[in-house]
Structure formats: structure tokens, C-alpha cells
Design a protein around this ligand. Structure first.
Ligand code: PDD
Length: 293
């Protein structure tokens, strides 16, 4: 009896199984899984698990035909090779391997990984006396201030936005509170003031947004950090996104409606230019480079 792995069509000993660090399962949590118990070497409720796996694949728009993959025979073969009387088959399918970008390339191929091990026994003491548990607040996933790699919702939203012809999307909570972009913060301009949502637990505290406040101080533009309602966003004079990779990115239309006059506004333009000068050490920032080395 031995633990067995399977990676993209090939069985191997567990310690030889490897996937790329560019795999989207690792980079984004852009993957799904199933755990199937096997008794007397036979997978239990296999059809129900495979139905759920198909539903998960469909929810992620991962185009993979499980029957072409002959998944049932792969699972049975893995169970046969590991030889445990009571076993646990773990199946993980990620969108595949590609250089990191929220939007995957069109030709990406899914990564399929399986492991086959002994089914861990439940402690007899727990069975006998029962378990002591606690209640916990439902936090799944309410801690967006953590720069965590579990980015599946962000990836799905960005893919949905792209498929509908938009560059990106801005999250709006129930009740209308504006949060952030799928990989950026959001700021708006109204009556010459910069306004952006509170940096609480519901958004990532962007370093670019922090830098924008420093640029605002430099440009004598006042700013407020406070709750922002979606109505206020849609009727703003100007809107822009901020992120390390997109820097200050003007937003001129939301849900098909123009923001302000539908052109890049004057404060956004100044902010974009000032940020570009600051990061590249140009103009007044020539001797004030913020780089650490
Ligand atoms: N994303 N909010 C989210 C959800 C983000 O993923 C990011 C950055 C930001 C802006 O943070 P900063 O200004 O520190 O880059 C806000 C990076 C760029 C990414 O995932 O590629």
C-alpha cells in the first residue's frame, strides 16, 4: 500500500508529483476539487461527486469533458494502485498554467491533479463522547483587506466583465456601498474633492491609493475617506481606479453611462501625470524617488 498521485495523465509516487508555480490554482485559487471516500477499494457515491465536479467546472467556465478524460477509470486505477482498503481520492482541477494575469489566455489547458491515500480514521474518543464546537461569525469571505491569493471571485468577475465588453468591474455591496475594483481601488471626484471608500476590512488598502493621497497633498486637492454610495459614484464628476499595475486609470463610463462628460476629467489627468512623475522621478520629483534601493 502506498500513497499515489496523478498529474495531467500520469501516475507517480506522491513525492514526485509537481505543478508549476504559475498554475492558477496556486496563483488565484482558480480551481475546484472533490474528495471521494472509497470503501473496500470502491469509490462511494462516485456519480454524485462527479456531478458536483461537473457543476463546479461549469461555474468556472472551465471547458473540460470528464468523460473524455475517462475520469472514472482514472479514479478506480488510482484506488487500485494505492491499495488501501479504505481510501480517500482527492481531485483538483485548476484553470491551468499561464503567466499571472486575472484574465487567462484563450488557449489555456486545465491542470488535473489527484491523490490517493488512506482514509483518515475518526478518533474513537470523538465517536464515543461527541465533539465540543463553537459558533463563529460567517466571514466567508469578508476580509478583503488581506491580500490573499484566494482570488476566484475576482477572477470570475473580471472574466464576466471582459466577456460583456467592459474593462473591469467595481464591487458594490448590498445596500449600495461601493467597495473596489477586481484588482484595484476606486476613487471619485466631486466638486473638486477626491472621495474614496473607507479602508476598513471590506477592501484592500492599496499602496497606490495611499500614494494618490500623497499626490493630492502635493497638488492641494482635498480628499475624504468615507462611505460611498453607488448613486454618488454614478453621478460623480470623475472616477478613477488605482493599482500598482494600472497606476491611476481613468473610468469614463460605468454600466454604459458616461461619468461627467464622458471624457477623462482634469483632476484625474493631473493625478495620473503626478503619479507617473512621482514613480519615474520626473519633474519636481526628480530628487524625491520613493524607491527603497
Ligand atoms: N492588485 N484591490 C484589490 C482587490 C487588488 O487586487 C489590488 C492590487 C488593489 C490595489 O492595491 P495596490 O495599489 O497596492 O496595487 C486593490 C494587484 C495589482 C494584482 O492583483 O495584480
Amino acid at each position: 500500500m502506498q500513497e499515489v498521485a496523478y498529474v495531467n495523465g500520469v501516475f507517480c509516487p506522491m513525492d514526485q508529483a509537481k505543478v508549476s508555480i504559475n498554475d492558477r490554482g496556486f496563483q488565484y485559487g482558480d480551481s475546484i476539487y472533490e474528495v471521494i471516500a472509497a470503501y473496500a477499494g470502491r469509490p462511494f457515491q462516485l456519480e454524485a461527486h462527479l456531478d458536483r465536479l461537473r457543476a463546479s467546472l461549469e461555474a468556472l467556465s472551465i471547458p473540460l469533458d470528464l468523460s473524455t478524460l475517462k475520469i472514472e477509470s482514472v479514479i478506480r486505477e488510482g484506488l487500485r494502485r494505492c491499495g488501501f482498503e479504505e481510501a480517500m481520492a482527492y481531485i483538483q482541477i485548476s484553470r491551468g498554467e499561464a503567466p499571472r494575469s486575472h484574465i487567462p489566455p484563450a488557449d489555456i489547458r486545465p491542470t488535473i491533479v489527484m491523490t490517493f491515500r488512506a482514509l483518515p480514521p475518526v478518533s474513537p474518543a470523538l465517536r464515543k463522547h461527541g465533539a465540543s464546537i463553537m459558533t463563529a461569525p460567517e466571514i466567508r469571505w469578508a476580509k478583503c483587506y488581506i491580500k490573499a491569493t484566494t482570488l476566484l471571485p475576482n477572477v470570475l468577475t473580471r472574466m464576466q466583465a471582459r466577456a460583456a465588453g467592459f474593462h473591469d468591474a467595481i464591487y458594490v455591496a448590498d445596500g449600495g456601498d461601493v467597495r473596489e475594483g477586481t484588482s484595484s481601488n476606486v476613487a471619485l471626484v466631486r466638486d473638486g474633492r477626491l472621495i474614496f471608500p473607507c479602508r476598513d476590512q471590506s477592501i484592500l488598502h492599496g499602496v497606490t491609493l495611499l500614494t494618490v493621497t500623497e499626490c493630492a497633498a502635493h497638488l492641494d486637492i482635498p480628499w475624504d475617506e468615507r462611505p460611498v454610495n453607488v448613486r454618488e459614484l454614478l453621478t460623480a464628476d470623475e472616477v478613477f481606479l488605482t493599482s500598482t499595475t494600472e497606476e491611476v486609470l481613468p473610468v469614463t463610463r460605468i454600466d454604459g453611462n458616461p461619468i461627467g462628460d464622458g471624457e477623462v476629467g482634469p483632476i484625474t489627468r493631473r493625478m495620473m501625470e503626478t503619479y507617473a512623475d512621482l514613480t519615474r522621478g520626473r519633474g519636481v520629483f526628480e530628487n524625491r524617488l520613493r524607491h527603497s534601493a
